[in-house]
Design a protein around this ligand. Structure first.
Ligand code: DAH
Length: 318
């Protein structure tokens, strides 16, 4: 703390010095100003360091409702210490808002799940190689930090099953945090966000799904988009598709530059059955894709690792 006081005194001196600029011959002012400014920047940087250190000390003594320390004057650089909403959180709000306007309910996913919701309820055959890509981490008790938000499908179906009896559709989206055993690089993170969608009614079709997805992406990117699908494989959908959008010109895309945005398909009859829904009578479609990727394209971000980095320079850009 003494160092901090000393630095602040020094800053005051520099500020006072700067006030004297009028007394200096005009031709020397630029140089004078440059020198003082450089000193000032150095001191400010050190003040930030010191203030951070001060915050590190004794957590139990920190009143989280107070501006800085308890009964201490506000720091010189209060704005640099003040937090702000993480860009992923505000984008998740935007994603949820678009789906809400289309009539979807929004649920939250679990960050610790179990074998049943991760695999069995999603029609993963026992010992099947399709499990490998999703078999990530486990706690000693056998809980699973989920590798995708599809773990929520069974819960969403059960929770809104009554809608069907009332002649209404089930329409739910579920944003959530997921975990994978990835080699991390600019486009792969071990921790990221996905958004799952589930829709069930008596008469829905794959065409309805493509309409909903197109609508979502066009709202999110605020422009018309070209879309494309190609066959995929997921145990919980049949048929399964990969959904792509053409990278918009305004976002640096060239014609034919298609980006895979999510996996989707018609919900497998076994998945409906396991949630107590009669697959002879009802049909559904589901989709799930990364939110980080969505946001990266929107803002032209090149490295997914920024999101989890806690890098303040990155966060302050939003
Ligand atoms: N859960 C899949 C993944 O993360 C994506 C996915 C594919 C979700 C098809 C779905 C779906 O709901 O129907 O790789």
């Amino acid at each position: 703390m003494e160092e901090l006081e000393r630095l602040k005194a020094e800053l005051k001196k520099i500020n006072a010095e700067a006030g004297k600029i009028r007394e200096i011959p005009v031709e020397e002012r630029a140089e004078f100003g440059r020198k003082l400014n450089k000193q000032k920047q150095e001191i400010l940087a050190r003040i930030v360091e010191e203030e951070k250190k001060a915050l590190d000390v004794d957590v139990s003594a920190i009143d989280v409702t107070a501006f800085s320390g308890v009964n201490e004057p506000m720091p010189e650089l209060y704005s640099t210490l003040m937090g702000s909403e993480h860009p992923l959180m505000s984008e998740i709000d935007r994603v949820a808002e678009i789906y809400r306007l289309m009539g979807f309910e929004v649920l939250e996913s679990k960050q610790l799940d179990d074998e049943y919701h991760m695999f069995d309820s999603l029609n993963f055959p026992k010992e099947h190689p399709a499990r490998d890509g999703y078999d990530t981490f486990r706690t000693e008790e056998g809980f699973i930090p989920p590798a995708h938000t599809s773990t929520m499908q069974n819960r969403a179906l059960k929770r809104y099953k009554n809608n069907l009896d009332e002649g209404k559709a089930i329409a739910v989206v579920i944003p959530g945090r997921v975990y994978r055993n990835e080699d991390v690089d600019a486009t792969h993170e071990h921790t990221f966000y996905q958004c799952e969608g589930v829709y069930v009614s008596e008469d829905c079709t794959l065409g309805n799904m493509l309409g909903i997805l197109r609508e979502f992406f066009e709202k999110y990117y605020e422009q018309k988009l070209n879309i494309r699908t190609q066959p995929g494989y997921f145990p919980f959908t049949e048929p399964s598709l990969e959904f792509m959008i053409e990278k918009p010109k305004a976002l640096g895309g060239k014609k034919g530059d298609f980006l895979e945005m999510l996996g989707c398909g018609m919900i497998h009859p076994n998945v409906l059955k396991m949630a107590g829904i009669d697959p002879e009578r009802y049909h559904g479609f589901a989709w799930g894709g990364g939110i980080d990727r969505l946001v990266m394209l929107k803002y032209g971000l090149k490295d997914v690792r920024f999101f989890e980095s806690g890098n303040l320079n990155f966060l302050r850009e939003f």
